[in-house]
Design a protein around this ligand. Structure first.
Ligand code: NAI
Length: 448
């Protein structure tokens, strides 16, 4: 009898497995594909590796600003892909070693719930006091005629295998995935067009920061078509109705479907044991408990926040809760980063959310260049820090940034939001100088 059986070895499942094993629990982890899940194999890590190569190319092109001369730089896509595979392989081995070190039993097989307290995989059945479902998500395919049939259409997994730079790319959906790939390919010289049904890009972002990101994408010559409804796809041609109701079309060597992801909830036996699955994913409470005693879920399959680091924390919360240590997930303090160039990072409430809640707030918007290091590191580039604090106590409610390496210090802002710090508390925190993070400090301190 195991204390815990986990289905899915992504950042939700494998981190929870290692954590529970280190607490002395007997843990078995099932994975049908490669350890590391979407994030490591076909998501965060490979995408960021590609983006790093594009940044190296841009840095070479802009090196003149730093007094460095480079002869016409170019990018070898095959070498870029080889590096991507190397990084993924190294990290995959790291996950395997970490699980082994923690004492987790790993079973490489597809698993499903087989009645209360039981899991079936590769013809065997095991029993466990607790089962954590961490099956992740897959790219969604909206019912657009031609989307599934056209060979020119790829999803975020397919496009990662691109061995040649496409002359043109049409991206359906200007969300996180669409924007990161738009940035990558535009920097490589591909003509990129984005077709988005909403009247703005990146609906998860604070609107002011989203507008700044939109103008940065325009600087890269990415064409962004908003309020457009895709009607059909014919080969590489995307037909759509524009904001004024006119029929339009745009053709690409490749078409990327980046319209969202859907939770993996089928084929896991959830319905057999009576676990409630809603449209967005498995229904869980703040501790990751499903409606069936002993069955827990974390990460993308719950459809709450589709972020690797959220899945990891959700998994830990579930482990703590199942073994008697009360814990709960606070989604309001989960930071997120979009790894475009420049990158975007945010945590906490957006201005629109505060307005909707009727919360009185103060807003500070500062150029990142207020921090000397930004001018040193980011010649000719711009960056912005936006801070939202409560009018009543000066509590930090939201931080939204675009520019430089803001994803590297959003964790400081996340700590402020999670710990409910006020402006006077932040005044006592020493930020290293010179770093771009000082722009965050200035943003908070300017509020009062
Ligand atoms: P998303 O939800 O961020 O964006 C999808 C976009 O497609 C939306 O703007 C939506 O309005 C648009 N759309 C949907 N149907 C459409 C249609 N028929 N025609 C035109 N536009 C349409 O989803 P995305 O970008 O696919 O990412 C999936 C998930 O993965 C997100 O939850 C995201 O947070 C996560 N992710 C996070 C990353 C990060 O943290 N850096 C990187 C990549 C993905």
């Amino acid at each position: 009898m195991y204390d815990l059986a986990i289905i899915g070895a992504g950042p939700g499942g494998y981190e929870a497995a290692a954590y529970a094993a280190k607490l002395g629990r007997k843990v078995v982890l099932f994975e049908k594909a490669a350890l590391g899940g979407t994030c490591l194999n076909v998501g965060c890590i490979p995408t960021k590796t590609l983006l790093r190569s594009a940044r190296a190319l841009s840095d070479c092109r802009e090196a003149g600003q730093y007094g460095v001369t480079t002869a016409s730089p170019s990018l070898d896509m095959k070498a870029v892909q080889a590096r991507k595979r190397q990084v993924v392989s190294t990290l995959g081995k790291g996950v395997a070693a970490m699980l082994k070190g923690a004492g987790v039993e790993v079973v490489q097989a597809e698993a499903r719930l087989a009645g209360r307290g039981a899991v079936e995989a590769a013809g065997s059945r095991i029993e466990a006091r607790n089962i954590l479902v961490a099956t992740g998500s897959v790219p969604a395919a909206p019912p657009i005629p031609g989307l599934r049939e056209s060979k020119a259409v790829v999803d975020s997994t397919g496009i990662l295998e691109c061995e040649e730079i496409p002359a043109s790319l049409v991206i359906i959906g200007a969300g996180v995935i669409g924007l990161e790939f738009a940035c990558f390919f535009a920097e490589l010289g591909t003509a990129v067009t984005m077709v988005e049904m909403l009247d703005r890009i990146a609906p998860v972002l604070d609107e002011e920061i989203a507008k700044r990101l939109q103008s940065e994408m325009k600087k890269k010559k990415v064409s962004i078509q908003l309020s457009c409804k895709v009607t059909r796809i014919d080969g590489g041609t995307v037909h759509y109705t524009d904001a004024s109701g006119q029929a339009q079309q745009v053709a690409g060597t490749l078409v990327l479907n980046a319209t969202g992801r859907q939770p993996v909830t089928r084929g896991v036996g959830l319905e057999d044991v009576g676990v409630v699955v809603e449209r967005r994913g498995i229904r869980v409470d703040a501790s990751g408990r499903t409606n069936v005693p002993g069955v827990w879920a974390c990460g993308d399959c719950t459809g709450r926040l589709l972020l690797a680091h959220s899945a990891t924390r959700e998994g830990m919360v579930a482990v703590n809760s199942m073994f008697g240590k009360p814990d709960r997930m606070r989604f309001s303090a989960v930071p997120s980063v979009i790894y475009t160039h420049p990158e975007v990072a945010q945590v906490g409430a957006t201005e629109a959310e505060l307005k909707q809640q009727g919360t009185a707030y103060r807003k500070v918007v500062l150029p990142m260049a207020i921090a000397g290091r930004f001018l040193v590191e980011e010649a000719g580039r711009s960056g912005t820090v936006k801070v939202l604090v409560s009018e009543r106590h000066g509590q930090v409610l939201g931080v939204h940034m675009i520019g430089g390496c803001c994803g590297e210090f959003i964790a400081a802002a996340a700590a402020m939001v999670e710990l409910e710090l006020c402006v006077d508390d932040v005044r006592e925190i020493v930020f290293p100088h010179p770093t771009v993070s000082e722009a965050l400090r200035e943003g908070v301190l300017h509020a009062f």
